[in-house]
Ligand binder design. Structure first.
Ligand code: PRP
Length: 213
């Protein structure tokens, strides 16, 4: 018997939704649900789950220590890298948006703009597409603070319900990109274990369809 397929899951909300999906596929996810502090967990006898932070899911899949991964399109868009993006799981839905203080006109005038973000590559690509020269400042957390502190004219960040923006006097200027959870696959794994991986993808896709009714 070959070793199980190893799948890296982004800890937290994506992990929870993926475990629900694996449940619908009829797999035994009890080890993941009762994991304690363990980070490598069996799911049935043909799959092994590794729990990791989003950016690390990509690192593990890129380096081939995990065959597959489930990670948000936000992390994929920011990190880039060499792997296949095979399936949109349809959960973890939100979007990247440009936001600015309510009532201000971000695009008005000719002076150069400053934008704060946790996602400098996504922001840079967005403004390049628009042909705008914008100064980008990387912030690690609570990017919404930057315009309030007058560090930036706007932010590029993830918007889900819009509550964080609203409660801080900010509003969406323009949507940048839709985000949802994706299945990524290591390039060599897809060559070497093509049939198995394609079967897993097909089963995940079928379970996703079932969920969406
Ligand atoms: C994200 C994002 C916003 C918030 C938006 O942060 O950075 O702050 O969610 O959600 P809303 O539109 O529903 O208010 P998250 O909670 O993922 O935490 P993070 O700061 O660790 O990214």
């Amino acid at each position: 018997m070959t070793k199980p397929i190893r799948m890296a899951l982004t800890k937290g909300r994506i992990e929870k939704s993926t475990v629900e999906l694996l449940d619908r596929m009829g797999l035994d996810t009890s080890a993941v649900k009762e994991k304690g502090r363990r980070l490598i967990l069996p799911v049935g006898d043909r799959l092994e789950v590794v729990l990791a932070k989003a950016a690390d899911v990509i690192t593990y899949v890129e380096h081939g220590v995990c065959d597959m991964g489930v990670v948000g399109k936000d992390t994929i868009a920011e990190s880039g890298g060499s792997y296949y993006e095979m399936l949109d799981l349809g959960f973890g839905k939100c979007r990247f948006a440009l936001a600015a203080p309510k009532g201000t006109d971000f695009f008005a005038g000719y002076q150069s703009r400053t934008v704060a973000t946790k996602y400098p590559n996504v922001a840079r690509a967005y403004f390049e597409r628009k042909g705008m020269n914008v100064r980008i400042i990387k912030i690690e957390g609570s990017v919404e603070l930057a315009p309030l502190l007058s560090l930036a004219d706007g932010i590029v960040d993830i918007v889900e319900t819009g509550t964080t923006l609203r409660e801080n006097g900010l509003e969406v200027v323009e949507d940048v990109m839709p985000v949802s959870s994706r299945v990524i696959v290591n390039m060599a794994s897809l060559k070497l274990r093509k049939q198995e991986i394609e079967q897993w993808i097909a089963r995940m896709e079928a379970a996703r369809e079932e969920q969406n009714g």
